[in-house]
Write a protein that binds this ligand. Structure first.
Ligand SMILES: Cc1cc2nc3c(=O)[nH]c(=O)nc-3n(C[C@H](O)[C@H](O)[C@H](O)COP(=O)(O)OP(=O)(O)OC[C@H]3O[C@@H](n4cnc5c(N)ncnc54)[C@H](O)[C@@H]3O)c2cc1C
Length: 373
């Protein structure tokens, strides 16, 4: 029987493997990709899509098309659990898949348990598809009377979302909304003062309010309540509270890191099951815990591709080296960016255009695969 490679999720760390599915097929391996959506959206351009800088089609990768045109099988479903002993993956739709080698790139999500079931105008900042829906709703809201948009969370995704909501509203030429960021005790706390000051300065000029009075206790469709009891009215809410890996590792009894991500060794391989690999936000790299940024998912690509093939071929694995400090650029909307590399920081239009250039180049490279095969 043909050896079977199952890819769980078609995220940023699986791009090179997806690009090379035909190589697996030529060698006689069967490849199945299980993902909940026909497309994968590039998160680095997500806030820009929210702000209308990019169309949804410009920032996505046609996963299903790329898989099937190379002879792989695409299954639109979500893996909910695996049985690592029997080597079976189970999906929400009730199917099961036997595998010889399996790789997880199932990403991370914003926990929404504290939010009411009726989430009319409450949106998580991930999955990125949600930002597309939010953008359409906001355009309608901005046409009416003045409104308030709240962003719960104090990190870079809160900053990027706030800045791009402002851009969207300005372009709508209706009433400018009140935009409030509920940043806990300190906005952008893990970043140096050089970055924080720049973000504060940009947002102050735009009238975006940053609230650092403490954590949010309760969120409903029209109210934000702080732990100190203070209540704020709202019309629309983004939840940007930080992300956690999928619960599927816990449900599968797989060894995990403290963040409940799949615990992997230097080969991006499960520490308990050598035929299981993973990359991106859903792993805990035990040699050196990694930030949950797309940069690492992208850097993991060639190693993950090599090791999946090597594992099927029975040849040697390659170690993953996370590499040096990475370039960070925040898109604050209004074509303003803030760039950080090591200790070097600058802000302004140039920073935005550098990000725009890098991001467009990245997505174009993978969108080109749709045409080649
Ligand atoms: C608003 C925002 C802006 C960001 N901007 C940047 C940036 O500019 N630069 C940067 O480096 N990082 C950025 N990040 C961080 C970045 O989003 C993540 O680090 C990156 O998405 C991780 O890639 P991933 O492939 O692991 O996960 P994801 O991008 O989340 O992809 C996971 C994939 O798996 C699929 N999937 C999920 N669950 C299952 C399941 N159970 N079964 C099968 N498939 C599943 C999903 O549909 C998705 O396609 C940003 C994050 C946010 C929220």
């Amino acid at each position: 029987m043909r050896k079977h490679l199952v890819l769980v999720g078609g995220g940023h760390a699986h791009m090179v493997t997806l690009e090379n599915i035909s190589l697996f097929v030529e060698k006689g391996y069967k490849v199945t990709v299980i993902a909940p959506s026909f497309h994968h959206y590039y998160s680095g351009m997500g806030p820009g899509m929210l702000g209308n800088t990019y169309l949804p089609e410009a920032i996505r990768f046609a996963t299903k098309q790329v898989v099937t045109q190379q002879g792989g099988i695409f299954v639109k479903d979500r893996v909910v659990r695996i049985d690592p002993v029997k080597k079976l993956a189970f999906t929400r739709g009730g199917s099961q898949f036997a595998y010889d080698v399996l790789s997880f790139n199932a990403g991370s999500y914003v926990p929404m348990e504290s939010v009411p079931e009726d989430r009319g105008n409450i949106y998580p900042v991930k999955p990125i598809e949600k930002l597309m829906e939010a953008s359409e709703k906001l355009k309608i809201l901005f046409k009416g009377k003045g409104c308030t948009v709240s962003i719960v969370g104090g990190g870079p995704s809160a900053a990027e979302v706030a800045g791009n909501v402002w851009q969207l509203a300005r372009a709508a030429k209706g009433y400018l909304p009140k935009i409030r960021i509920f940043a806990g005790k300190k906005f952008m706390a893990r970043f140096p003062a050089s970055i924080r000051c720049r973000v504060f300065s940009v947002f102050r000029k735009r009238g975006i309010e940053i609230i650092e009075k403490g954590y949010v206790k309760d969120v409903t469709n029209d109210k934000i309540t702080l732990e100190n009891g203070e209540i704020f009215d709202t019309d629309f809410v983004f939840m940007a509270l930080g992300v956690i890996p999928s619960s599927l590792f816990e449900l599968s009894g797989l060894p995990m890191g403290p963040d409940k991500g799949l615990r992997v060794n230097k080969y991006l391989q499960s520490v308990a099951y050598p035929e299981i690999f993973g990359g991106g936000d859903c792993i805990y790299f035990e040699n050196q815990p990694l930030d949950k940024v797309g940069v690492y998912a992208v850097r993991e690509n060639p190693v993950l591709f090599h090791n999946l093939m090597a594992s099927l071929d029975g040849t040697s694995l390659e170690p993953f080296d996370p590499g040096p400090d990475y370039l960070l650029i925040f898109n604050l909307g209004g074509k303003i960016g803030i760039l950080k590399k090591n200790r070097f920081v600058f802000g302004g239009r140039l920073a935005f255009y550098i990000k725009d250039y890098i991001d467009r180049k990245f997505i174009r490279r993978f969108q080109n695969i749709e045409k080649i095969n």
